[in-house]
Ligand binder design. Structure first.
Ligand code: AMP
Length: 283
C-alpha cells in the first residue's frame, strides 16, 4: 500500500492506472477509521482492481464554531486498518494542497441541502460537494462508496454526480453499528463512558419509531412524539433535529410509508451525533 500526500502525484498515479485499463474504487473519508469505513473499503475492494481511499479533514465543511481543530486524527492507525482491508493507495493531502492560495470555486447546490443537517450547518454541504468534486478529479474513480450514516450527504452527492454527468458510480452502504446499536462514528471517541450510554437514546428512538410503524402507525406527529420521548428521557441529550421526510426528495411527508426517512441529530453534551433509518428497509 502506498501513502501519497501530494495532489499532483496522486492524480498522475491514478491517471496512469486508468490508462492501463484499471478500474478504480474510491472511499473518501476524514480518517480515524472504524468498522463503518472498513465496510466501505471491503466493498470497494470487491468492486475495483485498485482500491484508493482519501483521508482529509476538510476545513471547508466545518463551521467556525465546530470541531475542526479537535477532530480525531490517527494516520498510522488508519493506514494499518486500510491495508488490512486491501487498500492500494491512501491519499492524505494537506489543506493548502487542496486549497492553494487563489482557490475560489464553489458548487451551488439545490433543495436537498436545505433541511436537516443543511439547516443546522450552513455551508456544510457546499464544502462537502467541493471536496468530493475535487477528489473525483484527482482520483478519477470508476466507483465511489459512501455510507448511509450520512444519508443527506449521499443524496446530495448522487444528485451532483447525476446533474454534472460525472463518470462515477455511487454506491451507498448500510450503517455499521456497535453491538448495542450506536452508529459507528469517529466522533464517538469524544464521549465519556456515561455519555456513551446516554448516546444510545438515538438508537432507542429509531427502534421505537420502527416498531410503531411496523404495528401500523403512520401518523407523523405520533411517531415523532414517541421518538422525542426516548431522547428527552436523557437529560444530557439535546435534539437538534428529529424529522420524518421523504427518503428521496427529503421533503416533508403527511404520513409515514416504507420510503420515509427518520433522521435525527442529537447533542450529547458537546458532541453532535447523527443517525437515521428508512422505515421500510432493514436496520
Ligand atoms: P467520515 O470519515 O465520517 O467523513 O466518513 C467517511 C465515509 O464513511 C462516509 O461516506 C460515511 O457515511 C461513512 N461512514 C461513517 N460512519 C459510518 C457507519 N457507521 N456506517 C457506514 N458508513 C459510515
Amino acid at each position: 500500500m502506498k501513502l501519497i500526500h501530494d495532489v499532483a502525484a496522486m492524480q498522475q498515479t491514478m491517471l496512469q492506472l486508468k490508462r492501463e485499463g484499471r478500474r478504480i474504487a474510491f472511499v473518501p473519508t476524514m480518517g480515524f477509521l472504524h468498522e463503518g469505513h472498513a465496510s466501505l473499503l471491503r466493498e470497494g475492494r470487491k468492486r475495483g482492481d485498485i482500491l484508493a481511499l482519501s483521508i482529509f479533514v476538510n476545513p471547508a465543511q466545518f463551521g467556525p464554531h465546530e470541531d475542526l481543530e479537535r477532530y480525531p486524527r490517527n494516520l498510522d492507525g488508519d493506514c494499518a486498518l486500510a491495508e488490512g482491508c486491501g487498500a492500494d493507495f491512501v491519499f492524505a493531502p494537506t489543506a493548502t494542497g487542496m486549497y492553494p492560495p487563489g482557490f475560489q470555486t464553489t458548487v451551488a447546490l439545490g433543495p436537498l441541502t436545505k433541511p436537516l443537517c443543511g439547516a443546522s450547518r450552513p455551508g456544510h454541504f457546499n464544502g462537502v460537494a467541493v471536496v468530493v468534486a475535487k477528489l473525483f478529479g484527482i482520483v478519477q474513480p470508476d466507483v465511489a462508496l459512501f455510507g448511509r450514516k450520512d444519508y443527506q450527504q449521499l443524496a446530495i452527492i448522487r444528485q451532483m454526480v447525476h446533474d454534472l454527468n460525472l463518470p462515477v458510480e455511487i454506491v451507498g452502504m448500510p450503517i455499521v453499528r456497535e453491538p448495542d446499536g450506536l452508529a459507528r462514528s469517529s466522533r464517538n471517541s469524544y464521549l465519556t463512558a456515561e455519555q456513551r450510554r446516554q448516546a444510545l437514546c438515538l438508537y432507542r428512538a429509531i427502534k421505537q419509531v420502527r416498531e410503531l410503524f411496523a404495528q401500523g402507525e403512520q401518523r407523523v406527529d405520533w411517531l415523532l412524539a414517541a421518538a422525542r420521548s426516548q431522547i428527552e428521557a436523557v437529560a444530557a441529550a439535546t435534539i437538534e433535529y428529529l424529522e420524518l421526510r421523504d427518503g428521496v426528495t427529503l421533503q416533508p411527508v403527511d404520513r409515514a410509508t416504507n420510503e420515509t426517512l427518520l433522521a435525527l441529530a442529537v447533542k450529547i453534551g458537546a458532541t453532535r451525533l447523527i443517525d437515521n433509518t428508512v422505515l421500510g428497509e432493514a436496520l
